[in-house]
Design a binder for this molecule. Structure first.
Ligand SMILES: Nc1ncnc2c1ncn2[C@@H]1O[C@H](COP(=O)(O)OP(=O)(O)OP(=O)(O)O)[C@@H](O)[C@H]1O
Ligand SMILES: [Mg+2]
Length: 362
């Protein structure tokens, strides 16, 4: 088990700044997810951590060991950093058997033979691949190959494993299994895991804590799944971690109104958090909008779709179309609504953000 600390890291490819003054802390024994849109710098961060590329500024520590410091001119070579890593683009060596794939990194490090056998057998049993020792990767499914890659990471390091987007090539069912698998491996071994993905749903399900990066590689927020979902730090995080509606609001003497061509009052008084916003918009999740026939906020149902565990509605509210979702149990308590019907709506939970202006997107 080891903690990881990125301290004020700056990294550029030529003049292209990928990470700037980036700091992040990962506690030992945790699964930390790093989530962000494609191209934001996640793999770059992993490469810095593993020592394949060198930041221009800052420092990186693993446990008590400083593996990189620009100031102190420390740059420990990758093989000494003891990180088990599964990269997104290649997982296993195609010409080596499962067993050789797993033992190769240890043989390279000249670990004693008995120890190699012991560790390989343990790692194989952890990922339930003992029966496949002699197979070549081409004889395995995608999910099994990923498991081999994880086993190889496990034998390389019992203290820190980095998984860079390890399951995107798998189908949905296998993906779910792999997430379970990773959880289980973490529980059994206590290893610290850094899990990199742009799939925020997978991260929310798997990780103890999540760090969210925006497209420019800025760290927007770190937190537990609950903190990220219920208290998103900014509009980007709000949008990134789920379906969202944004509706402009207007502050008036007697309360708050939505501005959707016409104005409709949604509450008395002005929530204090929007006092200093110039053009506030209300962010509201589809599940947090309720049907209420007696509400003066009226809209027309444009489409109604049943999605198995929930109903999805698009509702025309003035000049805006918003999305409303109800789970099937709620529908039992209210009723189903049909296309063309006028309905009353209530906003049960909302957050407020500054409306982005031209060229400025939060
Ligand atoms: N070797 C390189 N030389 C120059 N630019 C690079 C190099 N590798 C990556 N980049 C650029 O750095 C930026 C960040 O890339 P990175 O691979 O870290 O993104 P990512 O967050 O891992 O994306 P994805 O989710 O698609 O894997 C991208 O704009 C990419 O084009
Ligand atoms: Mg990447």
């Amino acid at each position: 088990m080891a903690s990881v600390k990125f301290d004020h890291i700056t990294f550029r490819y030529g003049t292209n700044t990928i990470l700037e003054d980036f700091s992040l802390r990962l506690d030992e024994g945790q699964i930390m997810g790093i989530v962000g849109p494609s191209g934001c710098g996640k793999t770059t961060l992993v490469r810095c951590l593993c020592g394949f590329i060198k930041p221009e500024k800052g420092s990186i520590s693993i446990g008590d060991t400083c593996v990189f410091s620009a100031e102190k001119r420390i740059n420990m070579p990758p093989e000494k950093r003891n990180i088990g890593v599964v990269f997104q683009d290649y997982a296993v060596w195609p010409h080596l058997s499962v067993y050789d794939n797993i033992t190769y990194p240890m043989r390279k490090r000249r670990i004693a033979k008995e120890e190699i056998v012991k560790r390989a057998d343990y790692a194989l049993s952890q990922v339930r691949m003992t029966d496949y020792k002699k197979h070549l990767p081409s004889q395995l499914s995608g999910g099994q190959q990923q498991r081999v890659a994880i086993a190889r990471a496990l034998v390389t390091s019992g203290k820190l494993i980095v998984l860079d987007e390890p399951i995107t090539n798998l189908d949905l069912k296998l993906r779910e299994e792999m997430l379970e698998e990773i959880r289980l491996i973490q529980k059994n071994t206590g290893t610290t895991i850094l899990y990199i993905t742009h799939d925020q749903e997978a991260a929310l399900r798997l990780c103890d804590r999540i760090a969210i990066l925006d497209a420019k590689g800025h760290l927007c927020q770190t937190g537990t799944d609950e903190e990220i979902i219920y208290r998103p730090a900014n509009r980007f995080v709000f949008t990134f971690v789920g379906v969202s509606n944004f509706i402009p609001v207007a502050k008036k003497k007697d309360g708050l109104y939505i501005s959707v061509g016409e104005q409709m009052k949604i509450r008395d008084g002005i929530p204090p958090e929007i006092n200093n916003l110039r053009s506030p918009v209300m962010g509201v999740r589809p599940m947090d909008i309720l049907f209420n026939d007696s509400s003066p906020i009226r809209g027309e149902v444009k489409s109604a779709t049943f999605l198995g565990n929930l109903y999805n509605y698009f509702i025309q509210l003035g000049n805006r179309q918003i999305r409303v979702q109800q789970n099937t149990l709620d529908v039992l308590r209210t009723r189903e609504y049909r296309e063309g019907e006028m309905v009353g709506l209530e906003f049960a939970r909302a957050l407020y953000y500054e409306e982005p202006h031209e060229g400025v997107e939060a």
